[in-house]
Design a protein. Structure first.
Length: 142
């Protein structure tokens, strides 16, 4: 069996309180009941920008009006996850109201002070902390 890394996208969607949108996974083979950022696998013949817009719309019904690549996050196989995944993380501006599809059963807007309270899939907590630290540094430099 040949093992190759999987490409994925993750969307950082921020409200006016600097809280991020998180989804609780459901009806899935991997990590049901755990929280993650909107996103998913990159389909063949689709750009990363197309993938993140599509995943946002599929999972939340929000329309992505702008996206900007921030950084990548690499997750290696471990006890809860058997895949080597490279996630491309985007800051996304959206419009509309959140309506979940069958892949999630709840959503929350959470800030950095709430990050330790929830079970996380795919190292989402580490991705969020990296974003908040970067965001705060950029904000204080201005």
């Amino acid at each position: 069996m040949v093992h190759t890394p999987m490409s994925a996208v993750r969307a950082i969607i921020v409200n006016d309180k600097n809280e991020l949108l998180f989804l609780r996974r459901a009806n899935t083979a991997y990590m049901s009941g755990y929280w993650c950022l909107p996103g998913g696998k990159v389909d063949y013949n689709r750009t990363l920008a197309e993938a993140v817009k599509n995943e946002i719309k599929e999972e939340t019904a929000l329309i992505c009006t702008h996206q900007a690549f921030l950084f990548y996050w690499e997750t290696l196989p471990g006890p809860q996850w058997d895949t080597h995944c490279i996630s491309f993380v985007f800051h996304c501006q959206t419009k509309g109201q959140v309506r979940l599809n069958e892949e999630s059963d709840a959503y929350i807007w959470a800030g950095e002070n709430q990050i330790d309270r929830l079970p996380w899939a795919f190292e989402t907590d580490k991705i969020a902390v990296k974003y908040w630290r970067h965001f705060q540094q950029q904000k204080t430099r201005k």
